[in-house]
Ligand binder design. Sequence first.
Ligand SMILES: [Zn+2]
Ligand SMILES: [Zn+2]
Length: 157
Amino acid sequence: MKSFKTLKGSCGCGKVKYQIKDKPLITQVCHCKDCKKSTGSSFVIHTMVFEDDFSVDGNVSSTELPTGSGKGMRAYFCVICGVYVYCQYNISSGKGGRIAIRTATLENPITPDAHIFVKDKDPWIDIVNKNICHDEMYDRDKTWSEQSLKRLKEKMN
Ligand SMILES: [Zn+2]
Ligand SMILES: [Zn+2]
């Protein structure tokens, strides 16, 4: 058995805590207008994990929000401090379901693997690694690691 050190995170006030018990699939920064609005900042950083690997403690509420893809997502936030801790895109629910953790709520930050909707990026942000920038959404087969693609395929079967 491979060993994986559980990842932990929490909301702003600490009443909502979560754990991720297996390796995340990808970490991506989204610069779209919807993510700016929902964060009140210039971008969101999302770490994708399987729903099965994710557990949460504490009281969360949720609401449907628009996304750059137009398909929408459900965002979950702490009922006390209101910090959005994670969300689920409507396209990634069901079999092989995935959760997008707001990476900055993790105890230890993860360096992003990709930037998406760079066409909407704030002009004063300069991304050093242009190789991981995408104008809009990326092609998953070309961007996710081989290992992550394999794990997704296994979950979908
Ligand atoms: Zn809180
Ligand atoms: Zn976005």
